[in-house]
Design a protein around this ligand. Structure first.
Ligand code: FES
Length: 105
């Protein structure tokens, strides 16, 4: 049996500058959506597992985000930590035909 997946529209893709992230509250969770410089979207949990840092405010280096608090790094494709921390939860995300960010949880 698979868990039900619900799609949530978060707002226009243009609200996220290329190469940056934005945090959203979705269904009681904090989600960080990143818009990579090549236009791809990635969505992961917004709270750094190390000590709760705001990952949406982190710098992106390619497909890696660097937490602004203590510089631990996470792969935005897989959610995996690159620096020995617990992994991030990752979510399916895309832009729909209206240019809205849609995340599936
Ligand atoms: S809270 Fe993110 S690296 Fe410490």
């Amino acid at each position: 049996m698979s868990a039900a997946v619900t799609a949530y529209r978060l707002g226009p893709v243009e609200e996220i500058p290329a190469g940056e992230g934005r945090a959203y509250a979705v269904n009681g969770e904090r989600i960080a959506v990143f818009r990579l410089r090549d236009g791809r979207l990635r969505a992961v949990s917004a709270v750094c597992p190390h000590a709760g840092g705001p990952l949406a405010d982190g710098q992106i280096d390619g497909e890696i985000v660097v937490c602004p608090l203590h510089q631990h790094t996470y792969d935005l494709v897989t959610g995996c930590s690159r620096s020995g921390q617990p992994d991030l939860r990752s979510y399916a995300v895309h832009a729909d035909a209206d240019g809205q960010v849609v995340v599936e949880m």
